[in-house]
Design a protein around this ligand. Structure first.
Ligand SMILES: [Fe+2]
Ligand SMILES: [Fe+2]
Length: 395
């Protein structure tokens, strides 16, 4: 089978990317296309690129009904820079493609002019041929000349295919915040998850913490469903924003928020065993169990030693009488992240713009009312936390 390999950051995925995929299939130069969102970038500072699970799930949603096309997570599971040559080798090693498959590395014509400076271009061409897109209006003579030079130099044959004239750049889309030129599902994805916000809170965590968050997001990708991982990353970004707003430590808030649900999809018995290490004499209910279990799991599995971070994970579900600022931020970010739409959160979100305690009180009261409607009472720790906040609120 002839397989097109189409890699990129897709930050965001847009109609130009879609025209590449459709053009390659329509040209019949390939039978199908494997799309590979970049995991960890090699040629850009990591912070310049959106955390990779966002981009992977964005591309997945954009292409879920696209025929003869699949999205591959091969670069999502390795916490190391993704060179094209190693990705191609891994595709064969992991039998994503077979030895008999012929691979065609899809690229725009601009890539031909920089290809020689890529990492191990000769090794790449041992694994795959180049399949270059021809756009209306481009200087075809210059491109063909460059192609001839590469063909001679590397003893390879470069194929071409035509695509529509969609001219759009991800960097321009991000800068303008205008998403007309992206598939509708992608603009919905961007909106739901609040991507490409101008304030970019993660730019303010330390270099060390950014590396840690990236490494954990690769681990979480392997261990967690897409929906929960996106939720966790949304909580991470919102918690960092709140930390910066209210003078808390952005590193601690970001880490606790990213890992707050890290134990939620573990088998129940494993959660009970983990929680039992810090809670003695009783087993918390199913909804709460993952919080203490998560604190222990974050320590064992993610190497978190900071007690303030572990506490914020432990108390993110029901709170505790005296909450630290990190506890409050992670608790609220969990309830208010942009994809949360289960209730009208506008008042609490508005309060969280300027008054953390007022937002927390309002959030507790909303939960209390919702429980009361079902004839239930809120957890005693939440009651204590609410009472403490009310008693100590500034007049
Ligand atoms: Fe949770
Ligand atoms: Fe959560």
């Amino acid at each position: 089978m002839k397989i097109g390999i189409y890699g990129g950051a897709f930050d965001p995925f847009h109609n130009g990317h879609l025209s590449m995929i459709r053009g390659a299939i329509a040209s019949k130069k390939v039978d199908r296309v494997i799309v590979i969102p970049t995991g960890m970038p090699c040629f850009k500072p990591a912070r310049k690129v959106t955390l990779s699970p966002y981009r992977y799930y964005m591309v997945k949603s954009a292409l879920k009904d696209e025929p003869k096309c699949e999205v591959c997570d091969i670069e999502q599971v390795f916490g190391e820079p993704s060179y094209t040559v190693t990705t191609l080798q891994k595709l064969r090693q992991q039998k994503v493609v077979s030895e008999k498959d012929e691979l065609f590395l899809m690229c725009g014509s601009d890539i031909l002019f920089e290809f020689e400076s890529w990492y191990k271009p000769d090794e790449i061409l041992k694994q795959a041929n180049l399949l270059c897109a021809v756009r209306p209006g481009m200087d075809e003579g210059a491109v063909r000349n460059e192609a001839s030079h590469l063909e001679e130099h590397f003893k390879t044959k470069i194929r071409f295919f035509k695509i529509d004239g969609v001219k759009v750049a991800s960097s321009v889309l991000r800068k303008d915040g205008n998403y007309e030129n992206v598939p509708a599902v992608v603009s919905a994805f961007i909106k739901t998850n609040g991507l490409y916000c101008e304030d970019a809170p993660l730019m303010h965590v330390s270099d060390e913490m950014y590396k840690t968050l990236m490494a954990h997001s690769f681990t979480l990708f392997r261990e967690m469903s897409g929906k929960r991982l996106l939720h966790s990353m949304n909580v991470c970004i919102l918690a960092t924003r709140y930390a910066l707003r209210f003078g808390a430590d952005p590193d601690k808030c970001a880490l606790a928020a990213l890992l707050h649900d890290c134990a939620k999809e573990l088998p129940e018995q494993q959660q009970i065993d983990l929680a039992s290490e810090i809670i003695h004499g009783y087993i918390p209910g199913k909804q709460i169990l993952h919080s203490p279990a998560g604190a222990v799991y974050a320590r064992h599995h993610y190497g978190v030693e900071d007690q303030e971070v572990l506490d914020a994970i432990q108390f993110h579900t029901v709170g505790r009488e005296i909450m630290t600022i990190t506890d409050k931020i992670v608790y609220l970010a969990d309830k208010l992240e942009p994809a949360r739409d289960y209730d009208d959160l506008s008042l609490i979100r508005e309060l969280a713009e300027h008054d953390l305690n007022a937002a927390l009180i309002e959030c507790y009261c909303a939960i209390k009312e919702s429980f009361a409607r079902k004839g239930q009472v809120i957890h005693e720790d939440t009651q204590r936390s609410l009472a403490y906040l009310l008693a100590n609120r500034s007049q």
